[in-house]
Design a protein around this ligand. Structure first.
Ligand code: ATP
Ligand code: MG
Length: 370
């Protein structure tokens, strides 16, 4: 599903304004232009994203990618969401409590408005043909390219294992298979995923050049970043479900208050929004602003001399109010026994059919259809 050439109509609908922590205006402009193309013709796009079932989804996921996924689904963009169960094993020996984590992940999806009737929700381990794509893809990248990946380096640094497994090292190639199995051309992700996306684009380009130079098989997918491409956790590092620094969507109001009260700030009393120089404070301001639907600078100005105490109270109230309906929906879905399983069963079947079709095309292109 390649994207068609762009039109240049001056009547394109307004893209949402982004007050991002993105480095450089080029990235901001590129993202805004992509938003315009999506709004102008959502039917040209196919979305694929996913999450590792390593714990409950958190505010970083929500404002980094989940909100965009739900919005794109509402715009009519065909969507796939992957429960990346094999990738749990990239940084640990055993995937503890996997069934519970998978169930929780799907409940989080449902709670934020991902609709299984319109979005295919499926798991790695259930889609053999997807995983098989990894073999030709591995042949298209060099060991040096894999070694240079900054996100892999960061994940290795936080890994629970003493040494790096082959699965960790080849994780971005697996992600290329995740994205390309359904020929997705749009991937709403957080900033940490950009190096992976670049590699997926490289793999798509090299595969096409080597095996299908006339027609091409794979699109070069684009990353779509949100207004919060890197939300920080309570310790000032990337909010992450495996690093104990996250406010989970499923936490209750009291837990949320406690976690935010303990969040790292800095020693300057006057609150400002300055992501480059005051990352922790600015991430909290941004979080409140996103929940309140307001400009982060305005929120910071209002708090001003109220200091970190008022900032944290503002964030807590805004987050709890914003998440209340999401939390209520999650609780309601959790009471429907068998519902999550039935969603996965159906999603896995749909994904298997798509993956088989792509693998057949790949076999024909590589001369391995016997
Ligand atoms: P883990 O610690 O187990 O790796 P994680 O919290 O990093 O978990 P992932 O499953 O690796 O979550 O990421 C899923 C998606 O959420 C990716 O698109 C990623 O970019 C996005 N994401 C995760 N954390 C953040 C964050 N703090 N800010 C913005 N986006 C995020
Ligand atoms: Mg991660």
């Amino acid at each position: 599903m390649q994207e068609h050439p762009e039109t240049t109509s001056s009547e394109k609908p307004e893209a949402p304004r982004h007050e991002t922590g993105l480095a450089g205006t080029d990235a901001v402009d590129k993202n805004a232009a992509l938003e315009q193309r999506i709004l102008a013709d959502p039917g040209r796009f196919r979305v694929m994203t996913g999450d590792r079932p390593t714990g409950r989804l958190h505010l970083g996921h929500y404002f980094g990618t989940l909100q965009n996924r739900a919005r794109l689904q509402e715009l009519g963009v065909e969507s796939f969401v992957l429960v990346a169960d094999y990738q749990v094993l990239t940084d640990r020996d055993v995937a503890d409590n996997l069934p519970e984590s998978v169930e929780g992940l799907v409940l989080d999806y449902l709670a934020v408005g991902i609709d299984p009737a319109r979005t295919t929700i499926y798991a790695h381990s259930a889609v053999a043909a997807l995983n098989q794509l990894m073999l030709p893809f591995l042949s298209l990248v060099t060991v040096a390219e894999l070694g240079r990946n900054p996100t892999v380096k960061d994940e290795v640094a936080h890994s629970r294992q003493a040494s790096v497994s082959g699965l960790m090292f080849t994780y971005p190639v697996h992600q290329a298979a995740d994205i390309l199995f359904c020929k997705a051309n749009l991937v709403p992700v957080g900033q940490d995923q950009l190096p992976h996306l670049e590699l997926t684009r490289t793999i798509a380009r090299r595969f096409n050049a080597r095996y299908a130079p006339e027609t091409g098989i794979f699109p070069e997918p684009e990353a779509l970043l949100s207004a919060a491409p890197l939300l920080l956790g309570t310790d000032g590092g990337k909010m992450s479900k495996s690093r104990g620094n996250a406010v989970a969507l499923a936490d209750d109001a009291d837990q949320t208050a406690r976690l935010i009260r303990g969040a790292k700030t800095d020693s300057i009393r006057h609150i400002t929004y300055a992501p480059a120089t005051r990352p922790e404070v600015s991430s909290l301001v941004l979080l409140a602003a996103l929940c309140l639907g307001r400009d982060p600078r305005e929120v910071a100005d209002e708090i001003g001399t109220g200091g970190a105490g008022l900032l944290k109270r503002t964030v807590t109230e805004a987050v709890n109010e914003y998440l209340a309906p999401i939390r209520a929906r999650r609780t309601a879905y959790a009471q429907e026994p068998g519902f999550v399983r039935s969603i996965l069963k159906e999603g896995n079947e749909r994904a298997r059919a798509v993956a088989e079709e792509t693998l057949d095309e790949v076999r024909r292109a590589m001369g391995t259809s016997y």
